[in-house]
Design a protein around this ligand. Structure first.
Ligand code: CO
Length: 220
């Protein structure tokens, strides 16, 4: 087999095996899922292939609503991300929004280095805004590797702030809907998540949560 189908036929075969395996363990799994989804969580993560959302938190289909983009950015004019957020909060009524970054993020590294990559430079400009805002913290990092780690962390904290400041989340809180926004970071080296202590549960605590998270970062 070669050409256009080379490599993708294996995926279709994998899918048949996967579906058969799931059905064997739980004969009603797909029937129940096809009727409705009621995930408790919205995941906003990086597109990086090494950070598969469901898998690293042990959740099955139907349990995690997902939005991923390069460098897990939440931009106030991004209709795609905002639509996912609105649907998740207003319609699915998720209880938690998790912004998950990861160490060694290529998008963040490109932003830090100012390395031109094309159209995506415009997207990564938002990560460079985070750099600008936290210049002093980044300057204090011991070396380039530490600086990249720190920017990956700072970016998560800022994106949690961005989620919390959307009209979607603000209005949900105004009407008394229970909704928490969390900032986590994933390590490619050991597969572990770290809670950045950036959790916003209402409009009044957002800024103090970010200050607490910044204080909890420790030396870079
Ligand atoms: Co990334």
């Amino acid at each position: 087999m070669s050409g256009a189908r080379d490599g993708v036929d294996a995926l279709l075969r994998n899918n048949q095996e996967w579906a058969a395996g799931v059905t064997e363990r739980d004969p009603l799994f797909f029937e129940a899922l096809s009727r409705q989804q009621s995930p408790r969580y919205l995941w906003i993560g990086c597109s990086d292939s090494r950070v598969p959302a469901n898998e690293i938190v042990g959740l099955k289909p139907g349990e995690l609503f997902v939005h991923r983009n390069v460098a897990n950015l939440v931009v106030h004019t991004d209709l795609n991300c905002l639509s996912v957020l609105q649907y998740a909060v207003d319609v699915l009524r998720v209880r938690h929004v998790i912004v998950c970054g990861h160490y060694g993020c290529g998008g963040i590294a490109a932003a830090l280095a100012g390395r031109p990559l094309g159209l995506i430079d415009n997207w990564l400009r938002h990560a460079q805004d985070v750099m600008q805002k936290h210049q002093a913290l980044l300057a204090a990092a011991a070396d380039e590797e530490a600086r990249l780690r720190r920017l990956c962390e700072l970016n998560v904290i800022e994106q949690v702030l961005n989620v919390a400041r959307t009209t979607v989340v603000q209005q949900a809180w105004d009407r008394g809907q229970e909704l928490a926004v969390h900032g986590w970071i994933y390590s490619l080296r050991d597969g572990l998540l770290r809670d950045l202590q950036m959790t916003a549960t209402g409009p009044s605590g957002v800024v103090s949560a970010s200050l607490a998270a910044l204080a909890a970062l420790g030396p870079a």
